[in-house]
Design a protein around this ligand. Structure first.
Ligand code: PLP
Length: 421
């Protein structure tokens, strides 16, 4: 590793990195690895949806063109019931964007009482959410917008550190929630182990209205032939006497169209009644035409999984390219470590402590846009300044390769400079 080099050797490495970096800047690249969006080719996989549905009548005879059906079309709920581990009767199919359902859940909890709440969250002196880190920046931004205090909790490769979670949830009645991306987590790719899920479901909570925001955004987004399965949070919560504890979210945003998918909310019967009661005030029913379109296009659970295999063919080479280039350029240097996710949309790259911001800014200087360093942590503050999120799905493969080898140059430059300090 580079930390074992003597001063001359390290200086030589730094000089080499500097001349590589100058050459990189001269290339005048303009590449963007910031957001985990599907590529145009991935969206093309669902092109046939643009001419669907062919009819407008649901299985039970419902005319999907009309108002009504606050819980969404039964057949689209049936298609995703097992995939999201929510009984059909407890699953709501809504409009596009699961993020909007997370947003609305918080707003409804602020302005009205959740099942189990003693008072509206807006009337609480303080509301705090636990945030396993690294995590999803939009969860943090959404909570901050409503004045929710964010408490970072470290993660290991089985999920959040449960000793920390259990203590905070048991001791602090103002801790009302935790953000979880339980499968192929954004950005580390971690999937929660069975024991982690069981402990989340069973732990005592000081707040009677404590909620797990279970954002299963990557439930079917496998990168390998052996899909990761996670434990059933709703069943475990019910078994452990906490039936109303979990809100499950998911969507087809990264299955069909990111801007035109179907989002889902699943929970206990009491929470589902609470949710549909609230949404019934803001809409006379979801877009059932889009539900029908999804049913006609994806057909059933196997159809979803088959469709996801086509996505995988497009994105797996990009993930492999990232791993290959980072291994070639940075392997053995000790300047970085990175995740090798089995699914999801992200790779998380950890550079030497105190270097992430500089790496991102050097990359920007070479025309490579990365998610701001710190975005993976509450308040944009990564106390170690070490985690960088890589989103390889959107650019074409050759662009991913160029961007990652450029990024590796920036890591070498900033890392060797740091070691020379
Ligand atoms: N949740 C996670 C963990 C995500 O990574 C994303 C998108 O990147 C979303 C939710 C957004 O989901 P939706 O498009 O359903 O709002």
């Amino acid at each position: 590793t580079f930390s074992a080099l003597n001063l001359d050797e390290l200086t030589a490495q730094r000089d080499r990195a500097l001349s590589d970096y100058d050459a990189l800047v001269r290339r005048g690249l303009s590449l963007d690895l910031t957001r985990g969006k599907p590529s145009a080719r991935q969206l093309d996989l669902a092109a046939a949806m643009l001419t669907l549905p062919s009819g407008h009548t649901a299985a039970d005879g419902t005319d999907c063109r009309n108002y009504g059906g606050p819980q969404g079309l039964p057949e689209v709920r049936a298609m995703f019931s097992r995939l999201l581990q929510v009984p059909v009767a407890q699953l709501v199919a809504a409009n596009n964007s699961s993020l909007s359902l997370m947003h609305d859940s918080i707003v409804h909890a602020m302005l009205g009482r959740l099942p189990g709440s003693e008072r509206r969250w807006a009337d609480e002196p303080r509301i705090a959410f636990l945030c396993p880190v690294p995590g999803y920046d939009r969860h943090f931004a959404l909570s901050e917008r409503f004045g929710i205090e964010l408490i970072a909790v470290p993660m290991d490769d089985e999920g959040p550190d449960m000793d920390v979670v259990e203590r905070l949830v048991r001791e602090d009645a103002q801790v009302k929630g935790i953000w979880c991306v339980p499968k192929y987590s954004n950005p580390s790719g971690v999937s929660y182990g069975e024991e982690t899920v069981r402990r989340l479901a069973a732990m005592p909570a000081a707040a009677p209205d404590f909620r797990i925001f279970w954002d299963n955004a990557y439930a079917v987004h496998h990168l390998t032939d052996t899909p990761v399965e996670i434990a059933d949070i709703l069943a475990l919560c019910a078994e452990n006497g906490n039936p109303d504890r979990a809100f499950v979210f998911g969507s087809t945003s990264k299955i069909t169209f990111a801007g035109g998918g179907v989002a889902f909310f699943g929970s206990s019967p009491a929470n589902v009644a609470w949710m549909t009661g609230n949404t019934g005030k803001r809409t006379i029913g979801p877009d059932k035409i889009n539900h029908l379109r999804h049913v006609e296009f994806l057909r059933d659970e196997d159809g979803v999984l088959e469709h996801m295999r086509r996505h995988r063919e497009l994105i797996r080479p990009k993930f492999e390219a990232v791993d290959l280039i980072l291994t070639k350029e940075l392997g053995g240097t000790g300047l970085a470590s990175w995740s090798s996710p089995l699914g999801g949309y992200f790779i998380s790259l950890d550079v030497l402590e105190g270097c992430a911001r500089q790496v991102v800014s050097r990359a920007a200087g070479a025309g490579i846009a990365l998610t701001p360093a710190g975005a993976t942590h509450p308040y944009g503050d990564d106390p170690r300044d070490s985690t960088i999120r890589i989103a390889p799905t959107y650019p074409e493969l050759d662009e991913v390769e160029l961007a990652i080898s450029g990024l590796a140059t920036c890591v070498r430059l900033v890392g060797t400079e740091k070691l020379l300090e």
